[in-house]
Design a protein around this ligand. Structure first.
Ligand SMILES: Cc1ncc(C[n+]2csc(CCOP(=O)(O)OP(=O)(O)O)c2C)c(N)n1
Ligand SMILES: [Mg+2]
Length: 693
């Protein structure tokens, strides 16, 4: 009898907790007059079951390193996550990784969902709301990012776990909807996760047959289970999202599965319990309406007039579930870590630094300086050399290419650095396969786990990767992107491979630093600036062709790169009449023009401008020193779209850039066809001067 009463009481509090998530979500969307109520209502039991019964997560410390990760890939269902963060009383952490003694999400935040300043913005934002593991909203990104978290977990275990010290053993859960399932990026990521046999990864598919335009029968008839089985996943089904026991069984199956990731397909009803909107697209993206909210609450057995109600016992219930379990696990973990620190002080120090985004002492020792060389080397080549020096010093720097390392020169070749492969996870050379978009999302997931990732490919294919790159910038995480074959000067591969507008469009992205170094020594300096970055992603834009290594005894030091733009060469008077501005391969072109102009007694200055963003951060005095406002005769030269350059040349300056696609031909022919030759630059300088007698 007592047993039955307990059972009933438990069902009651389970139900009450689930309905609290549902009603908070409905009320928040209703108050905001915008948002997505139906999916949190449907998924409440799924997320509840996972958090309350399984997730190894301590609400008091949402960043302890071995916590399970939870990703809400269908970010429009943000109220589901906010409700959980609130009810579990997850604590806020500041940018210094300190708990600040405040809840991450207050009831007030929920009541002001989607309003300025609320910790419940429209979609979950990493950094803004503690406990949000990654920003989601662009469908598919979350699940792809979760693969990076899972891979990083395996790597951390491979490097840091020792006999008797199982420091890293976390699982990664991601909830996804039909949208995530349809997006290409999730297919790329699932394919790689299956290949890598990441059995610490569990995706939960909200199979509700509804998207914005209506039934998925309009657009989607995949056999999802067969597809994932084909990817090498373990697939299991839950036919009723409200059945906590079935859900628990599915999670148990995940936990017991080794050698492959798990997909749990859960049949749900969007807008569950709303009499007129249940199972309809109308429940997806708009408030239910006051009447429907009331009727739904009636269906749940909820007080119809109550708003933002958290019934007695609900906080305490979460406290006794996820709270107690998480606190115990975390306390044990830190005790374990203390003992680890005694036995493995160096590894413990690495972990401390890594998790605080610090670098090892001497991380920059042995960085190369390249001697002057008129023939020089490609910047992809010098970068490959520098990368290998840095990676030797920074054990948690790792990454790879989208099947292009022989071209991008991003392979780590020293010592016994291995490949990161299925079942053998200590390697630091990743093979992402031909999956640029997933590669970048996976790199995000790795960065969110605090290892330092790099991802590489051809600059042209940033078009394929942009969605994930944009999230690196939005999340302010220090992913390093290495994009090579940076211009029409890649030659014979022709216009399909020759980037034109990619540079300008990356520069247009807020919060990401774009470097296009002029020679090998600028490459070294770029790495010197990039590695200490903690909150910005960086892009290295590198050449396929050799670039002369400038004689720095004749021209200014490459360390000027740290200021974004610097005076590389000046006339003897240091009073230029015309300024030539270049980046990357075109700096040498400007230097050649400068030398020729000197013969004609024309006082030219060359400015190397490898990073616009850093230049913009300098004070006005410095910027005026480099680009004196009174010197209006200016020529900018870049083998890319001319878009944006008038910022530095002024409206009457000259921009030698690209206005069309390129052409397939050997490099000299391509450069000649589009005017990237000294004569052209010299003529542009003369023309500029002629306009200003
Ligand atoms: C990449 C991307 N494309 C489009 C959207 C706009 N969008 C938001 S939700 C949604 C429908 C998603 O359907 P589903 O994942 O099944 O969500 P449900 O309505 O079932 O919650 C769309 C198209 C988006 N957020 N991201
Ligand atoms: Mg759907």
């Amino acid at each position: 009898m007592t047993g039955q009463t307990d059972q009933l009481a438990r069902e009651d509090v389970d139900r009450r907790s689930i309905d609290t998530i549902r009603t908070l979500s409905m009320d928040a969307v209703q108050a905001a007059q915008s948002g997505h109520p139906g999916t949190p209502m449907a998924l409440a039991p799924v997320a509840y079951c996972l958090w309350q019964r399984y997730l190894r997560f301590d609400p008091a410390d949402p960043i302890w390193p071995d916590r399970d990760r939870f990703v809400l890939s269908n970010g429009h269902a943000s109220m589901l996550l906010y409700s959980l963060l609130h009810l579990a009383r997850v604590q806020a952490v500041n940018p210094k990784y300190e708990a600040i003694g405040k809840p991450s999400v207050t009831l007030d935040d929920i009541e002001t969902f989607r309003q300025l300043g609320s910790h419940c913005p429209g979609h979950p934002e990493y950094r803004w709301t503690s406990g949000v593991e990654t920003t989601t909203g662009p469908l598919g990104q979350g699940v792809a990012t979760s693969v990076g978290m899972a891979a990083a977990g395996r790597w951390l275990a491979g490097r840091y776990n020792k006999p008797d010290f199982r420091l890293f053993d976390y699982d990664v859960y991601a909830i996804m909807g039909d949208g995530c399932m349809m997006e290409g990026i999730s297919n790329e990521a699932a394919s790689l996760a299956g290949h890598l046999r990441l059995d610490n990864l569990c995706w939960i598919y909200d199979n509700n047959h509804i998207t914005i335009e209506g039934s998925t029968s309009l657009t989607f008839s995949d056999d999802v289970a067969a597809r994932f089985q084909g990817y090498g996943w373990n697939v299991t089904r839950v036919g009723d999202a409200n059945d906590l026991e079935l859900l628990s069984k599915a999670f148990d199956v995940f936990k017991a599965t080794s050698g492959r990731p798990t997909l749990i397909i859960v049949d749900t009803h969007i807008g569950y319990g709303a009499p007129h909107k249940h199972d309809t697209a109308a429940a997806h993206g708009q408030p239910l309406g006051e009447d429907e909210v009331r009727a739904t609450k009636r269906f749940y057995g909820w007080p119809e007039d109550a708003h933002f109600l958290v019934p007695d016992g609900v906080y305490e219930h979460f406290e006794s579930g996820i709270g107690r379990r998480g606190a115990k696990l975390r306390t044990e973990w830190f005790a374990l870590f203390e003992r680890y620190r005694q036995g493995h002080p160096e590894l413990a120090d690495e972990l401390f630094r890594m998790s605080h985004r610090q670098l090892p002492d001497g991380w920059d020792s042995g960085l190369p300086t390249f001697p002057p060389d008129p023939k020089g080397l490609a910047s992809r080549e010098s970068s490959g050399q520098v990368l290998n020096v840095v990676a030797r010093n920074v054990p948690w720097l790792m990454g790879g290419a989208a099947d292009l390392y022989p071209s991008t020169k991003t392979r780590l070749t020293f010592d016994s650095v291995a490949d990161f492969e299925a079942g053998s996870y200590t390697g630091r050379n990743f093979h992402f396969g031909i999956r640029e978009h997933a590669m970048c999302a996976i790199a995000n997931g790795m960065a969110l786990t605090k290892v330092r990732p790099f991802a590489s490919g051809f600059l042209i294919f940033t078009d394929y990767a942009r969605g994930a790159m944009r999230l690196s910038a939005l999340m302010e995480i220090p992913v390093i992107y290495i994009w090579t074959h940076d211009s029409i000067s890649l030659g014979e591969d022709g216009p399909t491979h020759q980037p034109i507008e990619q540079l300008a469009s990356l520069r247009a992205m807020p919060g990401i630093l774009v470097f296009r170094p002029a020679d090998a020594n600028e490459v070294t300096e770029a790495w010197r600036v990039i590695m200490p970055l903690r909150h910005e992603p960086a892009v290295l834009v590198l050449s396929r062709q050799a670039l002369p290594t400038l004689d720095r005894s004749r021209y200014a030091a490459a360390s000027g790169l740290a200021r974004g733009g610097y005076v590389l060469a000046d006339p003897p008077s240091a009073k230029p009449d015309v300024i030539l501005i270049g980046t990357g391969s075109e700096v040498a072109l400007c230097v050649a023009a400068y030398e020729a102009l000197a013969e004609e007694n024309i006082a030219a200055r060359v400015v190397s401008m490898p990073c616009w963003e850093l230049f913009e951060k300098q004070d006005q005095a410095y910027r005026d020193e480099v680009l004196p406002p009174q010197v209006r005769a200016r020529v900018a030269v870049e083998e890319g779209a001319d878009f944006g350059w008038s910022r530095y040349t002024g409206i009457d300056g000259a921009v030698l850039g690209m206005e069309t696609f390129g052409a397939s031909a050997p490099i000299q022919k391509v450069q000649a066809k589009f005017g990237f030759e000294p004569a052209h630059v010299i003529q542009a300088a003369r023309d500029q001067l002629a306009r200003r007698p």
